[in-house]
Design a binder for this molecule. Structure first.
Ligand SMILES: [Zn+2]
Length: 324
């Protein structure tokens, strides 16, 4: 993001100088120069200032945590440093959080083919999650095929040949119920055999991924790095939140193992926090801090109550019988 900003600023400056030079009459030049001096120059200066602070703070964080930072694979480091950051400064995110129409109906794709009611999904997402989390989701799509678990997690020994997505299930392969990649969530056929409460739990986990390190558009790069380092220290702590899903991740490459555990640990603690489960104090602090950034007015207990009411409502409607 910072590099894109610098390149954009260089292009703007070059174009402006070129345009000023290309004006022939003094009258036109005067008007254009005024515009450049009153809008482009101050805006560019602010952006350059914020970008410089951002780069310096990243370097400081990495410098002080060199040893920890080295425990993350280069690929993951790269995705964090190049994270799709919406804002160069935390102040900007408030504008996006406050903006209306954060989510639209069209972001739920293909649910007419699923037994999971689209309206149920929509209400859980839109009415019970922090606003910034909702904003980070590009799409929630139902896919009518099976997707095997990421081999890197070591949850199964079967070597699945590419392409990664399968139309049919193969014996001996573990499949995912739902997954998230690059701010898109997919819900697979397997999720249809779950209860509404279980579906909700899984949705919270997947939504957390779209607001996790490397994905969350509201965090500046320094915040991405700090979050990763906090999570890295948490997955190694003896008092960590014990989720069997995270504990079972096993990859012989220690760096890949760390990255995957960080990703899943974040999703698991956010799911637990939003479900009002008890978490170790440090994990609770991580969740509280990030949720506050995503939605300062979010009340986790109220949201939990609302979610329970929505589940209750859909349990007894036309869905009674196969989803409960
Ligand atoms: Zn996950």
């Amino acid at each position: 993001m910072v590099f894109v900003t610098i390149i954009a600023l260089l292009i703007i400056c070059t174009c402006s100088i070129y345009l000023i030079k290309s004006f022939e009459t003094d009258k036109k030049r005067g008007w254009f120069e005024k515009l450049i001096m009153s809008v482009v120059v101050p805006a560019s200066s602010v952006l350059i200032f914020l970008t410089t602070i951002n780069i310096l703070s990243c370097l400081t964080v990495v410098q002080y945590s060199k040893q920890l930072w080295g425990e993350i694979p280069a690929q993951y480091q790269y995705s964090i440093l190049m994270s799709p950051t919406f804002s160069l400064h935390p102040l900007y995110r408030t504008i996006f959080i406050l903006s209306p129409q954060l989510f639209s109906d069209t972001k739920f794709v293909n649910f007419e083919q699923s037994r999971i009611p689209k309206e149920f999904m929509r209400r859980v997402v839109e009415e019970t999650l922090p606003k910034g989390f909702v904003f980070n989701i590009d799409k929630i799509e139902f896919v009518d095929y099976y997707v095997p678990v990421n081999q890197e997690y070591g949850h199964n020994t079967h070597i699945f040949p590419p392409p990664k997505m399968s139309r049919e299930r193969e014996p001996g392969v573990t499949y995912i119920l739902a997954g998230a990649k690059a701010n898109k969530i997919i819900i697979t056929k397997l999720m249809e055999i779950k209860s509404l409460s279980e579906i909700t739990r899984i949705i919270l986990h997947e939504v957390a991924h779209t607001s996790g390190p490397g994905q969350n558009r509201f965090l500046i790069v320094r915040e991405h790095i700090e979050l990763v380092l906090k999570l890295l220290s948490r997955i190694k702590s003896s008092d960590r939140y014990h989720s069997s899903y995270v504990e079972e991740i096993s990859n012989s490459n220690a760096l890949v193992n760390n990255s995957n555990k960080i990703t899943e640990y974040f999703a698991e603690i956010i799911e637990a926090y939003l479900s009002c489960k008890t978490l170790p104090a440090e994990d609770e602090e991580i969740c509280r801090e990030i949720i506050y950034k995503m939605d300062p007015s979010f009340n986790v207990k109220d949201a939990f109550q609302r979610r329970m009411l929505i589940i209750e409502k859909f349990k007894t409607g036309r869905n009674a019988g196969f989803l409960n």
